[in-house]
Design a protein around this ligand. Structure first.
Ligand code: PEP
Length: 260
């Protein structure tokens, strides 16, 4: 489950389309080994490998506090949808599913309506969606950041009455994989005025406060501290940094040092 107590933090590793099965097993085993004996059980650490490795990595992580997530799902349960994977197929393997990563929005062409259906399906299987939102550099330059992110939240959560278990990752597209993270001030502004503001409007103030909101975009062990220790951010979503076991564990360690 997502953290239930205020002050708990999450670190999510999105491996994207990297690692074959042996490479994925090696990476997950190394992360498990490096984290063993460390007091990270107060932090939700989630690995999101490609679908092909999920069952294998589930075995690798068995008996540890590490959790597994998928990078995507389809919004139907089963049927004639060649090449797709449903949330139902992931039951027993994953607790989390990333929904609406910018690469799925901008490379694959997923719409807010698709993501809305996916979130409903993930919740219907008692799994936890991690909804990614964020503006492109063109949208930011045109002053559209708030409008875009607000719309992404509103449409993705339309008709979702209970969002207990949801986490939201603010990932400005221009910061993903560029080596140039957003500044804390930019992140805080969007999280507080748009994301939490929209949650308060669509739900209520309590839900707005307790829903974990993460930052993602070129986070590394050398800059993660900037995003921790603030009540507006409950952790990070990592792309590149999650493919290096030592770097990933350094970020978990840094996160652990910011537990309240
Ligand atoms: C991501 O893919 O969600 C991401 C944040 O990537 P990176 O950390 O490489 O910028």
């Amino acid at each position: 489950m997502v953290p239930e107590k205020a002050g708990q933090l999450m670190v999510i590793g999105n491996w994207k389309m990297n690692t074959n099965v042996p490479e994925g097993i090696k990476l997950a085993s190394k992360i498990r080994e490096l984290l063993s004996g460390k007091a990270y059980h107060e932090i939700e650490v989630v690995l999101c490998p490609p679908f092909t490795s999920i069952a294998h990595i589930s075995d690798v992580l068995s008996g540890s506090d590490l959790k597994l997530g998928a990078q995507n799902v389809f919004y139907e349960k089963e049927g004639p949808f060649t090449g797709e994977i449903s949330a139902r197929m992931l039951l027993g393997l994953c607790q989390f599913v990333i929904i609406g990563h910018s690469e799925r929005r901008h490379v694959i062409g997923e719409s807010n309506l698709d993501l809305n259906a996916k979130i409903k399906e993930v919740f219907s299987q008692d799994m936890n969606p991690i909804l990614c939102v964020g503006e492109t550099s063109e949208e930011r330059d045109s002053g559209l950041t708030n409008v875009v992110v607000k719309e992404q939240i509103r449409q993705a959560l339309d008709g979702v009455e209970d969002i207990n278990g949801l986490a939201i990752a603010y990932e400005p597209v221009w910061a993903i994989g560029t080596g140039v993270p957003a500044s804390f001030a930019q992140v805080e502004d969007v999280i507080e005025s748009v994301i939490r503001g929209e949650l308060a409007t669509c739900y209520d103030d309590v839900i707005s406060r307790i829903t974990p909101v993460l930052y993602g975009g070129s986070v590394s062990s050398s800059n993660v501290a900037e995003f921790l220790g603030h009540s507006s951010i409950q952790g990070t979503l990592l792309g590149g940094a999650s493919l290096d076991a030592c770097e990933f564990v350094k970020i978990v360690d840094e996160t652990a040092s910011h537990l309240q």
